[in-house]
Design a binder for this molecule. Structure first.
Ligand code: NDP
Length: 249
């Protein structure tokens, strides 16, 4: 059990086939207590119950700093401290440049980039107090190759922001023994694309993936487990590509 007595918060983890829930399962299997944060409280509570009775589901809209502080306060009241934060919440919007409205831009940036900042600000004090912590944020290949399959320029910018935020936080928080890393997934087979990921589209994508398949939510969950566990205790400021070889630096 690599994560005994640890407490993790994972945002956007109620989606049944999503990266967050798969990560919650992986961390829980290593003895971690997990708090599943999501917009819909009932969905978050159901997801937590699926994983085991010791875990909790909490309503949280990561765009709102006060909501984040309140939800983290609930976790502190229940479990006493927070050791691990996984910034996974995010939305994908396919708009092209000239179709992006101010509202859409704010929605996409706030759901992932601002949300990651809000959650870090809400959880880092507990980590500093214990002189220990691990933060992992979910970035994207979209920030590395000029766009995602279904993500527009605002999505790429949000994820690029996450990569930069990760490195700056890693440098600043290292003195407190808090490690900060990100994962840049390739195309992962979840519900984020709705019905846009047709069979034809899948084939087009897979042609460009050396490992010959789309990623699974669990592929990302395993990378996340590595980054929050002692297996990576000398790793900070890393953007870890998990993309089947589709993009290589
Ligand atoms: P899902 O849509 O399955 O999961 C995302 C979850 O985040 C949903 O439960 C969603 O809730 C929740 N969410 C959205 N906005 C907020 C918010 N403001 N506050 C709290 N929760 C919120 O997507 P994935 O599992 O595929 O994606 C997880 C992360 O991975 C995202 O950040 C995504 O951008 C990133 N990613 C995904 C890739 C992929 O190919 N799937 C590739 C690269 C990165 P609701 O359903 O109610 O909107």
């Amino acid at each position: 059990m690599m994560l005994n007595d640890k407490t993790a918060i994972i945002t956007g983890a109620a989606s049944p086939r999503g990266i967050g829930k798969a990560t919650a399962r992986r961390l829980a299997a290593q003895g971690c207590r997990v708090a599943i944060f999501d917009l819909d409280e009932e969905a978050a509570m159901n997801a937590a119950r699926d994983i085991g009775s010791e875990h909790i589901g909490v309503a949280c809209d990561v765009r709102d700093p006060a909501f984040c502080r309140k939800a983290v306060g609930d976790v502190m009241a229940r479990f006493g401290h927070v050791d691990i934060l996984v910034n996974n919440a995010g939305i994908s919007q396919p708009d092209r440049l000239m179709d992006i409205t101010q509202e859409n831009f704010d929605l996409v940036i706030d759901s992932s980039l601002r949300g990651s900042l809000n959650m870090a600000q809400a959880t880092v004090p507990s980590m500093i107090e214990r002189r220990s912590g691990a933060i992992v944020s979910i970035g994207s290949i979209a920030a590395q190759i000029g766009g995602g399959i279904f993500g527009g320029p605002h999505y790429s910018a949000a994820k690029g922001g996450i990569h930069s935020l990760t490195k700056s936080m890693a440098r600043e928080l290292a003195q407190h023994n808090i490690r900060v890393n990100a994962i840049a997934p390739g195309t992962i087979d979840t519900d984020i694309f709705g019905d846009k990921l047709t069979e034809d589209k899948r084939r087009d994508i897979v042609v460009n993936i050396p490992l010959g398949r789309l990623g699974t939510a669990d592929d990302i969950a395993k990378a996340c487990l590595f980054l929050v566990s002692d297996l990576s205790d000398y790793v900070t400021g890393l953007i870890l590509d998990v993309n089947g070889g589709r993009f290589m630096h």
